[in-house]
Design a protein around this ligand. Structure first.
Ligand code: AMP
Length: 396
């Protein structure tokens, strides 16, 4: 059929993957970092080899032009006509964009109006879409929303117990994020287990720098730990996860800081980083913990406890999980973290097999034969999901 570019644009970065569809074959991938700063870094992988170029890249449009030049010059494609569509990861579609869609002027305007819901991510997502529209004016651009998979949550799960008018008038509700990943993992796990997606119940632990748990009943998201913003839920690399909101006012007074500054600390200086005082990276914490670093151990245990709380609660909410699934950077790679979480769920009869669990980045069943709930590691692939949705909309 053709090639589809899956794009994830951040405020100073642009991640891309070019896939041959419908085969879902990865052709090339790469990343542009430090866009708008001095010495930007352009990295592209060709036949397993990384090519890196450092030069000033002023904005996303320049980055996209450079990407297309590279694709031609490195003989990855012969002509830009081979690209039949571009799919963009978009943080949120709010209450109006509830599924992936072709992004025309109307959809651009809707996303622009949602910027308050994602002030860090949405302007960057929009910049990425504009840059590709400019460079390839005749190609379809599709928005794939991180909130879309969670649109099936029932009111009892997505409503906060706050004045109802906040929801009706100001759209304050749980939206959830990482939906593209949770959806991919749901479909893939169903395949692995030989079940139809509509017959599968899962608790998915997407544990990366950002992290969320998702309750999947009959193949659909019915609850998830992230909320109105990605700050809610479990502690993450730098995010606090759930805290009593009264802490915000209290610390504003103590530190003489604005509400915005305190929220920024909860987003960027909390979680692993805040508790350990060491690092937001799980690899650093695990090494430090092994060496007896007390606060690194604390950061790991606080997170594992909160994850286990969610998994146990979601297991009940969906009427019993067929499997607990680990994905993303930590979920796929950190055996000790998986073991720490599952061992806290022993009263449910779920058991991990240490031998099977000693794996990194591969798809695998890691529970024992007599475990009441199966436990899997399933590497996520958000780009494939983006490319699938883009292809679906091109075909429509
Ligand atoms: P993500 O946000 O999904 O890229 O995950 C990032 C987190 O995964 C960081 O805390 C990393 O320390 C952790 N991680 C652990 N092992 C690996 C690995 N082999 N590759 C990438 N990330 C890893």
């Amino acid at each position: 059929m053709g090639k589809i570019m899956a794009v994830n644009a951040g405020s100073s970065s642009l991640k891309f993957q070019l896939l041959e569809m419908p085969e879902e074959k990865l052709i090339t991938s790469g990343l542009v970092e430090r866009i708008g700063l001095k010495a930007s870094v352009f990295t592209i992988k060709v036949n397993g080899e990384k090519i890196v170029e450092v030069k000033d890249i002023e904005n996303h449009s320049v980055a996209v032009k450079m990407l297309f030049e590279k694709l031609i010059n490195l003989n990855i494609i012969q002509s830009l006509d081979e690209i039949i569509g571009v799919g963009h990861r978009v943080l949120t579609g709010g209450r109006s964009l509830t599924d992936s869609c072709v992004i025309g002027d109307k959809e651009m305007a809707i996303i622009e109006n949602l910027v308050d819901l994602g002030p860090l991510h949405l302007p960057a997502n929009l910049t990425g879409i504009k840059a590709f529209k400019e460079a390839l004016p005749n190609v379809i651009n599709v928005g794939v929303f991180d909130t879309a998979f969670h649109q099936t949550m029932p009111e009892e799960a997505f409503l906060y117990a706050i004045p109802y008018d906040w929801y009706e008038t100001y759209n304050v509700r749980k939206y959830g994020f990482h939906g593209t990943s949770h959806k991919y993992v749901t479909l893939r796990t169903a395949q692995i287990m030989g079940k139809k997606p509509e017959n599968i119940n899962l608790v998915i632990c997407h544990l990366g720098n950002g992290a969320s748990i998702c309750a999947v009943k009959n193949g659909k998201s019915v609850d998830t730990s992230m909320g109105f913003t990605p700050l809610e839920g479990i502690p993450m690399g730098t995010r606090s996860g759930n805290i009593d909101p009264a802490v915000v006012e209290y610390m504003m007074g103590k530190k003489n800081k604005s509400c915005k500054e305190i929220i920024n600390i909860l987003n960027k200086q909390s979680g692993y980083l805040g508790l350990s005082g060491l690092s937001s990276d799980s690899r650093d914490l695990l090494v430090a913990a092994k060496n007896g670093h007390k606060r690194a151990i604390l950061a790991i245990e606080v997170q594992a406890k909160r994850i286990a709380d969610y998994v146990a609660s979601y297991h009940c909410y969906i009427g019993g999980a067929d499997a607990i699934v680990f994905t993303a950077g930590i979920g796929e790679n950190e055996a000790t973290t998986r073991e720490n979480i599952i061992s806290r769920l022993a009263p449910l009869g779920v058991k991990i097999d240490p031998k099977l669990n000693a794996c990194r980045g591969i798809e695998r069943l890691v529970s024992t034969d007599d475990s009441t709930i199966k436990v899997y590691v399933v590497p996520t692939n958000e780009e494939v999901m983006i490319a699938r949705d883009t292809l679906r909309l091109i075909q429509q």
